[in-house]
Design a protein around this ligand. Structure first.
Ligand code: SAM
Length: 260
């Protein structure tokens, strides 16, 4: 039946996604820098600017295994707090909590290790939670912010992840998603196609010794809904004031919405 077919396909997808990130976790940082020519750092900074983190906030970063986004949120909050209190930890700052949720324990371990290296511990308001974006373990209305960076594309049922994001946010809470998206600029689109179909799998083979995972990555970008369609899905999940910003002609897009 078509249902049976769909189920097999989805199981394959979860398995494949798991394999991709288990085999990739170790060379993950290097690959990110190489593939995006370092730009992913700027894109993540832009995401944090849009989030506008504040001392005392409860924030959830989904698919955030390596902690890249969470560390930025924390650093931004500290700089805000420090400006106000000249270096001392304020009470509200101590209430700050950032939860990093990821389905893959290997990625979480990379993140935990990095947190330790940076001198962040549990007291410094970071929690690492293994879990699925489609079925979060957090309570309704418990978060001021939700981010997902380069993660939602890998989720099997995007609508479920979006409705979970909506559920865990407080009223007034902000949803932000950074994701590889669709380029719609003539000439640049052709160049980007060549880059993604030939260059990325080749870098994957040479650096991570894994062409197939990076081929999968490129195909998953093509399959992901375009900016308008994805914005519509976010709206359908209940979010208001949904908008998006294209970076580098749509190579990546930041979608945002509010739970009002
Ligand atoms: N957010 C990080 C960043 O930007 O550097 C990591 C992005 S990495 C490309 C994608 C992450 O999504 C992986 O750590 C993977 O384990 C996680 N992931 C995939 N499917 C997931 C799901 N259903 N729920 C939660 N995390 C998931």
């Amino acid at each position: 039946t078509s249902f049976g077919y769909k189920q097999v396909r989805e199981e394959d997808k979860s398995k494949l996604v798991g394999n991709v990130f288990s085999s990739v976790a170790s060379s993950y940082d290097l690959m990110n820098d190489l593939m995006s020519v370092g730009l992913h750092r700027l894109w993540k900074d832009r995401l944090i600017s849009k989030l506008n983190p504040f001392p005392g906030m409860k924030h959830l970063d989904v698919a955030g295994g390596t902690g890249d986004v969470a560390f930025r949120v924390l650093e931004r909050i500290k700089s805000v707090g420090h400006r106000a209190m000249q270096g001392t930890l304020t009470e509200t700052e101590e209430d700050t909590h950032i939860y990093v949720c990821d389905i893959n324990p290997n990625m979480l371990n990379v993140g935990k290790k990095r947190a330790a290296e940076r001198g962040y511990s549990k007291e410094h308001c970071l929690s690492w939670v293994q879990g699925d974006a489609e079925a979060l373990s957090f309570e309704d209305g418990s978060m001021d912010g939700y981010t997902i960076a380069f993660g939602i594309r890998n989720v099997t049922h995007i609508e479920k992840a979006l409705s979970e994001a909506y559920r865990v946010l407080k009223r007034g809470g902000r949803f932000l998603c950074l994701e590889l998206s669709h380029v719609d600029v003539p000439v640049f689109k052709e160049i980007y196609d060549v880059y993604s179909f030939s260059v990325i799998p080749t870098i994957g083979e040479l650096v991570a010794g894994d062409r197939q995972s990076y081929q999968y990555l490129v195909e998953s970008i093509r399959r992901f809904p375009n900016q308008e369609k994805f914005a519509q899905m976010i709206q359908e999940a209940g979010f208001q004031r949904v908008e998006y910003e294209n970076l580098v002609g749509g190579v990546v897009a930041i979608h945002s919405g509010l739970k009002l």
